[in-house]
Design a protein around this ligand. Structure first.
Ligand SMILES: C[S@@+](CC[C@H](N)C(=O)[O-])C[C@H]1O[C@@H](n2cnc3c(N)ncnc32)[C@H](O)[C@@H]1O
Length: 422
C-alpha cells in the first residue's frame, strides 16, 4: 500500500535546539519575508553571489550505494544558472539584494561581498552607494594557486572580498584570527634576542625600530594567501561547484562576530557559511534559491563531509517536491519507541533518468508531524563512509503523527505518513 503524501512547510529537530535555519528562497524577490522576521538582527553577512560568468554550474551527485562506494554512477545536476540577459539585470539583482542586506544588519554588523574581477568595479561602486563610502573597511584579496593557465594575459589567481560596516559602531576582532608567522617574508629582518631572552625580528623604518616577537601571534593583512582553494580531491568537497573553503568562512565569521551572533548568507550554495557559523558557536540564516543547495547544506550540517563529521540541529523552510512518487513505508509502535521501515521509492523522473528505485533516494529520515511542521528524530544519508541507506530507523515516542521525509538526488523533499503496523 503506498503511503499518503503530506505537505510540510518546515522541518525542525525533534529534541535539540536549532543552530540555524536554511531557507529556499530567491533574492531579492522573497527578501521582504526575511526582513519581516530578521530586520536589524544579523551580525555578519557573507555574500558569494553569482559572478556574472555566463556559465551554468553543476553538482556532481553520486547515485545509490555503488555511486558512493566507487564514484560511479553519478549525475551532473544543474546547480545554478549564471547567465544574465545583460549586465544591468545582474546589477539590479545585486543592488536590491545589497539594500536588503543592509536592512538585515545590526548597527554593529558588517558585510563581506565575495566577487571576482568581472563585476568588481561595478560592485565596488554599488557597495559605496548602499553602505556609504565611509563604511568601507577593506578590499580583501583572496589569492590562490589554482585556476586558469592563461597565456594571453596573466593567469587570474584571486577573488576580491569587499568588507563594509553597517555603521561606525561595528564589531571587529583581529585577535580572533591569528595566523602562522610567515618566516620567508621576514628574512630581510634582523634577528635578535632581548634582555628577557625573547627572540624577535626587527626592522628600522623612519628612524623607528619595529619588533616582531616570535612568541607573539601574527594577524592577516588584506591579502589572504594562506588559504588554498579546494583541490579536486579535498575531503571537504560536496560536489557543488563554486564551494568555498571552510577556513575562509571561519576567518570571516571569527573576526566579525561573537558566540550566538546571527550569521547570514543569501547565496548559501553548499552551506559553507552555515557550517563555519555552527562550528564557531554562532547561529545562521542561510538562503539559496535551489533545492539542491538546501539539501546539500542540510546533509553537510547533519553528517559533515569526509573532511569533518558533524551533527548539528537546524531548521529548513523549503517547498515540498510534488506528489508524483510512490512510497511504501511502515511504522511499528512499541512502548517507548517506534521502528520505521522504508520499503520502496518509485519516481517517474528517476526512471526517465535510468535510475531505479531506492537509488534515487539520497537521504531519508523519520519523525513526527505537528500541523505543517515536521520534527525530525533520526536520519540516514548516503556518504562515502555509509553508502547504503538504513532500512529501518528508530525514534522515541513524541507528540504528533509518525512521518517519513525523503530527499531525492535532485534535492526534493517529500513527506509521507507510513502505514501503522500493530
Ligand atoms: C557561488 S554559489 C555559492 C557557493 C557557496 N559559497 C559555497 O561555499 O558552497 C552561489 C549560489 O547562489 C545561489 N543563487 C543564485 N541566484 C540566487 C538568487 N537570486 N537568490 C538566492 N540564491 C541564489 C545559487 O543557487 C548558488 O548556490
Amino acid at each position: 500500500m503506498p503511503c499518503t503524501y503530506i505537505h510540510c512547510a518546515a522541518e525542525r529537530h525533534a529534541c535539540r535546539e536549532s543552530r540555524g535555519t536554511l531557507i529556499q528562497a530567491k533574492m531579492p524577490e522573497e527578501g521582504q519575508k526575511l526582513l519581516a522576521r530578521f530586520k536589524g538582527q544579523v551580525q555578519t553577512i557573507y555574500l558569494d553571489p553569482p559572478f556574472n560568468t555566463g556559465k551554468q554550474f553543476e553538482m556532481k551527485m553520486r547515485v545509490g550505494a555503488k555511486g558512493y562506494r566507487t564514484g560511479s554512477p553519478s549525475l551532473s545536476l544543474p546547480a545554478y544558472d549564471d547567465r544574465w540577459e545583460d549586465r544591468s539585470h545582474y546589477l539590479t539583482m545585486m543592488r536590491e539584494t545589497l539594500i536588503l542586506s543592509r536592512e538585515l544588519l545590526k548597527k554593529e554588523g558588517t558585510i563581506f561581498l565575495h566577487i571576482d574581477s568581472r563585476m568588481y568595479a561595478h560592485l565596488r561602486l554599488l557597495m559605496d552607494e548602499v553602505f556609504g563610502e565611509n563604511n568601507f573597511l577593506n578590499e580583501i584579496i583572496w589569492s590562490y594557486q589554482t585556476g586558469g593557465r592563461a597565456r594571453s594575459y596573466f593567469p587570474r589567481k584571486h577573488d576580491v572580498i569587499l568588507f563594509y560596516a553597517r555603521s561606525k559602531s561595528y564589531y571587529f576582532n583581529l585577535k580572533a584570527v591569528p595566523v602562522a608567522r610567515n618566516e620567508s617574508r621576514s628574512n630581510h629582518m634582523r634577528r635578535a634576542v632581548d634582555e628577557n631572552g625573547r627572540s624577535y625580528r626587527s626592522i628600522v623604518s623612519g628612524g623607528k625600530e619595529y619588533r616582531y616577537y616570535d612568541d607573539e601571534p601574527a594577524y592577516p593583512g588584506d591579502v589572504w594567501d594562506d588559504i588554498s582553494h579546494l583541490q579536486q580531491k579535498d575531503p571537504q568537497r560536496t560536489g557543488y561547484e563554486t564551494q568555498k573553503p571552510l577556513k575562509l568562512l571561519e576567518r570571516i565569521v571569527s573576526c566579525s562576530s561573537q558566540e550566538d551572533d546571527l550569521i547570514c548568507d543569501l547565496f548559501a550554495g553548499s552551506g559553507t557559511s552555515a557550517v563555519a557559523a555552527a562550528n564557531l558557536g554562532r547561529r545562521f540564516l542561510c538562503v539559496d534559491q535551489s533545492s539542491l543547495a538546501i539539501a546539500t547544506a542540510g546533509k553537510r550540517l547533519s553528517q559533515g563531509t569526509a573532511g569533518q563529521a558533524l551533527d548539528y540541529a537546524f531548521e529548513v523552510e523549503a517547498p515540498c517536491g510534488e506528489d508524483d512518487c510512490r512510497v511504501e513505508a511502515e511504522v511499528f509502535p512499541a512502548i517507548t519507541s517506534y521502528t520505521v521501515r522504508l520499503i520502496s521509492f518509485e519516481s517517474g523522473k528517476a526512471q526517465a533518468a535510468g535510475i531505479s528505485g531506492m537509488d534515487a533516494v539520497d537521504q531519508w529520515s523519520c519523525g513526527f508531524v505537528q500541523g505543517d511542521v515536521y520534527r525530525r528524530c533520526a536520519l540516514s544519508a548516503r556518504s562515502a563512509a555509509t553508502p547504503e541507506l538504513a532500512a529501518t530507523l528508530e525514534m522515541p515516542v513524541c507528540a504528533g503523527e509518525p512521518c517519513v521525509m525523503i530527499v531525492d538526488i535532485w534535492g526534493n523533499r517529500r513527506f509521507y505518513l507510513p502505514m501503522r503496523r500493530y
